[in-house]
Ligand binder design. Structure first.
Ligand code: APR
Length: 313
């Protein structure tokens, strides 16, 4: 009898809830938004697909009523504003920081044992904020970005190789920003065969570059940021927690010396299970990769500094 809450009934939150309902990840999925009626409407719409699609999860929508979220096992935070064309994820910090801090505190009043999944951007800084402002054990605060970036990496690799994306392995670590993420081309494989032996260097570089601006490309097309892959990536993370899968996903977590960094939340491969993130997997970066990771950390750290300037932390 699991319960999941999604905060934010916008594009990403609603998509995530919809995927989770179809996968029957919980007996009850609550969607909460501050916009009157939006959660209720979207939840009811989803419930009206249950007979067609054959799922038994109950989806409930509420407007700002946190009591209905009580005793959630996992809470996914998508509330905030998305980026518009020309904006970076970092441009969102001013508005989203206040929202994420407030939401995290409200959630814990009713679900003190919940694991928090952070999707709101700038995701690395929002994860750091959620961790620091709540004082939760570090394993219970997880940022989703790396799963999405890795899925985009695998998608572009599969197109370059002309093979199914599910036959491709690829990991993106570092920050979840256009210039801070690090697609680890050296570890990318097609069923164990290094992609560097299947694609020329120029093609691999293009795949890496396309991955890094994967979100911005969609924002240009859509006029707002994407939702199908972000929603599905959030659901994949929740699934690994709810089903105690012990799967390895690149997620944004608190580093305490791992990958050479401390007092920061950044994307690294972690084992995900019922306790949240359980272990960091060491990919043993080479000097070039570690230098890129350190540079990414500098950018994330300076963004985290804005939280102090804004007095939210
Ligand atoms: N509490 C609950 N919901 C809120 C709050 C709040 N304090 N503030 C805003 N919201 C809701 C909005 O009412 C809206 O319905 O969050 C929802 C956000 O939905 P969209 O505007 O559609 O944004 P979306 O595309 O879903 O992106 C949400 O995820 O990927 C990131 O960068 C993206 O930060 C953005 C977030």
């Amino acid at each position: 009898m699991k319960k999941i809450t999604v905060i934010g009934a916008g594009n990403v939150g609603a998509t995530c809830a919809n995927v989770m309902a179809q996968k029957e990840l919980a007996s009850e999925i609550v969607i909460l938004d501050i916009k009157e009626g939006v959660s209720e409407g979207k939840a009811l719409d989803m419930m009206q697909t249950s007979a067609l699609l054959g799922f038994d999860s109950r989806v409930i929508g509420v407007t700002s009523d946190y009591s209905k979220t009580a005793n959630s096992d996992v809470v996914v935070i998508t509330s905030g504003i998305p980026r518009k064309p020309g904006m970076t994820r970092e441009d969102l910090i001013g508005i989203n920081a206040g929202i994420v801090k407030d939401v995290a505190q409200n959630i814990l009043k009713y679900s003190p044992n919940a694991i928090l999944v952070i999707i709101s951007n700038p995701m690395d800084t929002m994860t750091y904020l959620a961790l620091k402002s709540t004082g939760l054990p570090k394993n219970r605060v997880i940022g989703m970005g790396g799963i999405l970036d890795s899925s985009r990496f695998k998608c572009y690799l599969s197109q370059a190789l002309n093979v199914p994306a599910s036959d491709v392995q690829g990991v993106v670590i570092g920050g979840h920003g256009d210039t801070t993420m690090i697609p680890l081309a050296r570890f990318a494989t097609y069923n164990g065969i290094p992609v560097s032996s299947l694609l020329d260097g120029e093609t691999v570089n293009k795949v890496v570059a396309d991955t890094m601006v994967g979100g911005a490309t969609l924002t240009k097309f859509l006029g707002t940021s994407a939702w199908y892959a972000p929603g599905a990536a959030g659901a994949a993370l929740v699934e690994a927690i709810i089903r105690d899968e012990k799967k390895v996903f690149p997620c944004c977590v608190a580093l305490d010396g791992e990958y050479g960094q401390s007092d920061i939340c950044m994307g690294v491969p972690v084992v995900i299970g019922e306790n949240g993130w359980e272990k960091i997997v060491d990919y043993k970066l080479n000097a070039e990769e570690q230098a890129a990771f350190n540079k990414s950390a500098d950018a994330v750290r300076s963004m985290n500094g804005v939280l102090k300037e804004m007095n939210v932390l």
